[in-house]
Write a protein that binds this ligand. Structure first.
Ligand code: NDP
Length: 298
């Protein structure tokens, strides 16, 4: 069997186009654009790249982008004061504080200070709670993007066995929750799981969010299973090359011989994250203005 490739890049482009169209409708109705504020503390190179691409994507999607860059030695009180200003600013619908934060700043305290109604990353404990009890809130962008790819491919997930490898608050746990809400039978695996290969062999759906290059091998995969590879790992550079290759947590070539469908790395889950961030920001904007989101729009 050769797996079908789940083209996350193309899916994300369609979602961003849709968000752009709906955002233009929002701007007409609200008399202002939906706004996303991104806060970057310090000069981490990878974070800088993410923040720039988030800013660009926001503008292309007919939304307003507010970037706040603070020095690495910013005091926690100053960062909290900025978050409070953004909470109170009616032009800002979504607030994203780029993680990781420099040493000396407590991520949980900062995230807790963001208004849950502007927490478009879905990391606030109120939104985690809302997801856990099935209330409307904001769901973290990466797992929500994975879920969109899965339902697009499989439709109804009832009766399917799903294994999520990884139990972080930003990917593994919310992913498992979303799969459970969709009536899949869910197993969460982690670093203490015994016989991971056997656990994975029973799965119709595998979501790998570990951060270990090519850990999930081809012969772990049940024939026909759907594989969502969240991992982004850079291998050491080969001789003469400046940079190593990017790979996922799944050995792609091997797994493709067994799976029914699989996301590539890059070009699978990665592009979905920003597209869903824009979608969450637009949903926040409609809610903040008390305007109904057009039916089935997003
Ligand atoms: P974390 O490091 O927070 O979590 C990793 C999880 O993997 C932990 O729950 C850990 O278990 C588990 N784990 C570690 N080793 C093993 C093992 N040998 N067997 C089974 N489970 C194991 O990572 P994140 O959830 O933040 O991210 C996971 C991956 O996804 C990373 O590669 C990251 O770069 C990528 N990522 C990609 C995004 C995208 O946009 N595509 C967005 C976010 C993340 P334990 O809890 O027991 O320690």
């Amino acid at each position: 069997m050769t797996a079908q490739i789940i083209d996350g890049k193309a899916f994300a482009e369609r979602l961003r186009d849709k968000v752009g169209t709906v955002a233009a409708d929002f701007a007409k109705r609200a008399g202002r654009k939906a706004g996303l504020a991104v806060v970057l503390v310090g000069a981490d190179a990878a974070s800088e790249v993410y923040v720039r691409s988030k800013g660009r994507a926001t503008l292309v999607a007919n939304m307003a982008s507010f970037e706040h860059r603070l020095p690495a030695d910013t005091a926690q009180g100053d960062l909290l004061a900025l978050v409070e200003r953004l909470n109170a600013d009616p032009a800002v619908d979504g607030i994203l504080v780029q993680l990781p934060l420099p040493q000396g700043l407590d991520e949980q305290t900062i995230i807790s200070a963001i208004s849950p109604d502007k927490d478009v990353d879905g990391f606030h404990v109120t939104n985690a709670g809302r997801l856990a009890v099935g209330q409307e809130g904001f769901v973290p962008c990466t797992p929500l993007g994975c879920m969109m790819l899965l339902t697009d491919r499989l439709g109804d997930l009832s009766s399917l066995n799903a294994v999520v490898i990884g139990r972080s608050n930003i990917v593994g746990k919310p992913m498992a929750q979303l799969l459970l809400d969709a009536n899949a039978t869910v197993t969460i695996a982690h670093s203490r799981t015994k016989d991971l290969a056997d656990v994975v062999r029973r799965a119709d759906i595998v979501v790998a969010a570990v951060g270990r290059p090519e850990m999930v091998r081809g012969d772990w995969i049940k024939p026909g299973a759907t594989i969502i590879d969240v991992g982004i790992n850079r291998l050491p550079p080969e001789e003469g090359a400046e940079k190593g290759r990017l790979v996922g947590d799944v050995a792609f070539t091997e797994a493709s011989e067994h799976a029914g469908a699989i996301t590539p790395v890059p070009g699978g889950v990665g592009p979905m994250t920003i597209a869903v961030l824009l979608r969450n920001t637009l949903v926040a904007a409609y809610r903040n203005e008390g305007i109904a989101l057009p039916d089935g729009a997003l």
